[in-house]
Design a protein around this ligand. Structure first.
Ligand SMILES: *Cc1c(COP(=O)(O)O)cnc(C)c1O
Length: 434
């Protein structure tokens, strides 16, 4: 059984089987690993109860949402449309929380109100949102959540730090008094205090956020009964990376929550909101090698595949590293980042967009960065790992008029299931007018 890596159930033979049945490129998801990840977070130690919400912006595909929800994980939506999409996928409003930069008005306001009446939770992210929602929340006796901007954050890159003063998420500490004045005016109680400090940062920062947030809750929110520590649990996409130790973070949170209870007599329910951690390593992009080139003796070797930045923009957007797997047409694993081949072949894996940044490995300056891999034949498959989060949900997929690609799931039993059809060229142009 040559699985692609030590943590997946997907074999190279399964990749070749999928590629024989479906036109590449496509996303391929590992159901068994996804369920295992859900269980791991659902079992995070906690003293007074735990709610896990999936940050659905990481992957918004219906079948994925339904699978995760079926395990007992709720949803955090980043926009009203995400909340609607989750609801259309069959997830009840009471299992959805809305954490958004939007201040819904007009038709959206009516939609928001109907979803709130049906039980959706609202995480207030600005003073303006608070002022707009307070009369309605008071009339409907809603318990609100508030996203606090703690003034410090952490992320894998500057662009993924959402807690420092260079980013604008949540109600800044310096505005909390004003927010509480609005709450008081309308007789509203804040039930949940929330902070999300960034994606994939240092676990130490995650622990510090727990301390900071409990301090904020104690000072400002006498009625809060739950605390959300947000997402940002790091996943290890590459073999040299370390994933967040969920068990250890849960233990740390438990100690702090128990100390808080001793001090204040308040037993807080805990919430976490992973996106990346649940889905990142469950997804792959399967592409076919179209061409190979070399830029002279002193230059670089390139492997050109039929999918790149338009199916995984993370290397270009963040300089993120993803593992590569070479699979022969016959379904043999030729090389993987987890067992590098004995070869001095180094190449840059690039896509087919007319864009020099369309490479799957870039250095900090944005230059193509060669990596060791087996030299593929034309028609072999190149598989990009760590592509379950912020890929299908976050790519410039119609760039160069490429279609949004299909998504497939390998079930726990090893069956292949199409969960999203490939877009057609007609769908790309259907709304254009002369
Ligand atoms: C993006 C986001 C998350 C998830 O972040 P990950 O790094 O993918 O875990 C959680 N909560 C909120 C509010 C977010 O915006």
């Amino acid at each position: 059984m040559n699985t692609l890596n030590p943590f997946t159930s997907i074999t190279a033979a399964k990749v070749a089987e999928a590629a024989a049945q479906h036109q590449t490129p496509f996303y391929l998801y590992d159901e068994a690993l996804l369920l295992q990840k859900c269980r791991r977070v659902l079992h995070m130690p906690n003293p007074y109860g735990l709610t896990v919400r999936f940050a659905m912006k990481a992957n918004s595909t219906r079948a994925i949402l339904r699978l995760i929800h079926s395990q007992g994980v709720k949803i955090d939506a980043s926009s009203l449309n995400e909340a609607r999409r989750a609801h259309l996928a069959g997830i009840p409003c009471e299992d959805i929380m809305l954490t958004t930069q939007e201040v819904p008005h007009g038709e959206d306001r009516a939609l928001l109100e109907s979803m709130l009446c049906a039980g959706m939770r609202y995480n207030v992210c600005s003073l303006r949102q608070m002022e707009r929602i307070a009369p309605f929340a008071a009339a409907q006796k809603l318990s609100l959540s508030v996203r606090v901007h703690p003034g410090v954050g952490a992320g894998e890159s500057v662009t993924r730090n959402t807690g420092d003063d260079y980013s604008c998420f949540g109600v800044h500490l310096t505005n909390l008094k004003q927010l509480l004045a609005v709450a008081e005016k309308y007789g509203l109680q804040i039930g949940t205090v929330h902070a999300h400090i960034g994606s994939g940062g240092d676990p130490e920062a995650w622990r510090e956020n727990i301390d900071l947030q409990l301090g904020i809750l104690e000072t400002f929110f006498p009625h809060a009964h739950s605390v959300s520590f947000g997402g940002g649990l790091k996943e290890a996409r590459m073999p040299d990376e370390n994933a967040a130790d969920v068990e250890m973070l849960g233990k740390y949170a438990s100690v702090q929550l128990e100390a808080f209870a001793l001090r204040t007599g308040r037993q807080l329910h805990m919430e976490v909101e992973p996106g990346t951690y649940l889905v990142a390593n469950c997804g792959y992009v399967v592409t076919t090698v179209l061409d190979k080139k070399r830029t002279g003796e002193q230059g670089l070797s390139f492997v050109i595949a039929d999918g790149g930045m338009e199916v995984n923009a993370r290397p270009l957007l963040y300089g993120s590293r993803h593992p590569f797997y070479m699979v022969s047409r016959g379904g043999e694993l030729l090389s993987s980042e987890f067992s590098l081949p004995e070869t001095d072949y180094k190449a840059v894996l690039v896509g087919r967009c007319c864009e020099s940044g369309d490479a799957q490995s870039l250095d900090e300056a944005g230059r193509s960065l060669p990596r060791t891999m087996a030299q593929p034949e034309i028609g072999d498959y190149t598989v990009i790992g760590g592509a379950g989060a912020y890929c299908s949900a976050m790519t410039p997929f119609n760039y160069n008029s490429h279609e949004q690609i299909a998504e497939l799931l390998v079930t726990q039993q090893g069956a292949l299931r199409l969960i999203r059809k490939r877009q057609s060229l007609e769908q790309i142009i259907q709304n254009e007018l002369d």
